[in-house]
Design a protein around this ligand. Structure first.
Ligand code: UD1
Length: 355
């Protein structure tokens, strides 16, 4: 059987890693198509290198653009790739423009589509990701869901017959890398002012359009991060840096340390040793939960609602609580295993090859 994975943005490389490893242990052919949505080395190449993902077989080189231009360019470029490759399945990941473009290109050519990380919902229709998720789930032939909550969403939308609970592939990677970096200290990229702070440090990321694309909101978010009681390592997504430059917002503040995005193993080392995480990233909320670090999420809702149980993750959309929340003690509540056992990729491969 031939399976063609379409990826393009940073979190998709993380999800691809365990799937590519699982496919390599079978006789099935696995083709990787990189749309080029993320093209900076720190947003793309380092993930392939560190997570031992084979180089993409096809690179579309699409790059940045408005939603329509970016998604349309991917869609147009996929036709020739699918014509040449003729896979049995196209596998798309998560909720980005690369996801919906890959799914739509395949269904139009009558090639079966599987969606990994199906069934997540924020119910916030202002998020581009929410449309990408819903459209992809309803286009796909096989819905590979990470959690019981996601299975419930799919069932309510009439998609139960096409849905399979496989677990969360990001948990596979997170556990594997956590064990591999077990005794390593935080990476050298972090300044001493962060790692040597007597009361610990926080890790922050901000990249969602809701937080970055309005100058007043972005000013409030950056001011909030700059006002926290311990040093903050702000791992700055290119979108955040671009918007701050555009709006004249300085990231150079006494306790706020704007740093380049980190490679995945370095991120795990940094989060493990942190006192807390402040973010709007879905993946990082979950990684903080898996690594046992309190998270404060600067959004009105989360798709990963399991992280909210027991106070491991707390939503603070209006930024009024973050000063106290960010340095709250580690919750004592048992986290359970809502994201699976670290073997979701094997179940993904089994579901695809047996379908
Ligand atoms: C995308 C996904 C988002 C995901 C995020 C992970 C969509 C709609 N959004 O958002 O769901 O959480 O990836 O990071 O698909 N840029 C660079 N270099 C790069 C990539 C981006 O400089 O390698 C800059 C460009 O200015 C670009 C901007 O970042 O215009 C936004 O990039 P884009 O891929 O459009 O969306 P993300 O914000 O990364």
């Amino acid at each position: 059987m031939k399976i063609l994975s379409v990826v393009g943005a940073r979190p998709q490389f993380v999800k691809l890693a365990p799937v590519a490893t699982a496919f390599a242990r079978t006789e099935h052919q696995h083709v990787i198509v990189h749309t080029g949505q993320h093209y900076d080395a720190r947003m793309s190449d380092v993930f392939f290198a560190d997570l031992a993902i084979p180089a993409p077989d096809v690179h579309l080189g699409i790059g940045s653009g408005t939603h329509g231009v970016q998604t349309g360019a991917m869609l147009g470029a996929m036709d020739a790739v699918l014509e040449e490759q003729r896979p049995d399945w196209v596998l798309v990941y998560g909720d980005t423009n690369s996801t919906v473009a890959g799914a739509l290109a395949a269904v139009k050519m009558h090639i079966r589509v599987a969606h990994l990380e199906a069934g997540l919902r924020s119910f916030n229709r202002r998020m581009p990701e929410e449309h990408n998720r819903v459209l992809t789930d309803h286009a796909a032939d096989l819905l590979l869901a990470p959690t019981d909550v996601a299975m419930g969403h799919l069932a309510r939308e009439g998609l139960a017959a096409r849905s399979v609970l496989v677990g969360d592939v990001m948990t596979d990677v997170c556990f594997r890398v956590r064990d591999a970096v077990a005794s390593s200290p935080p990476p050298a990229e972090l300044p001493a002012a962060v790692t040597s702070a007597a009361d610990g440090y926080l890790v922050a990321t901000v990249h969602r359009a809701e937080n970055t694309d309005d100058p007043a909101r972005l000013t409030a978010v950056v001011d909030a991060l700059a006002s926290l009681d311990v040093p903050v390592a702000l791992l700055a997504h290119p979108r955040l840096v671009a918007r701050c430059e555009e709006y004249g917002i300085s990231l150079d503040r006494p306790t706020l340390h704007a740093l380049q995005p980190l490679a995945y193993p370095d991120m795990v080392r940094t989060v493990r040793a942190a006192r807390g995480v402040v973010t709007d990233s879905g993946g990082l909320q979950k990684e903080a939960f898996l690594l046992g670090v309190p998270c404060t999420t600067l959004r009105t809702e989360t798709e990963w609602t399991e992280t909210l149980e027991g106070g491991w993750n707390v939503l603070d959309p209006d930024l009024t609580g973050v000063k106290d929340l960010a340095t709250r003690p580690v919750p004592q509540a048992d986290r359970g295993t809502p994201y699976g056992d670290g073997h979701a990729a094997e179940r993904t491969v089994a579901a695809l090859t047996q379908a």
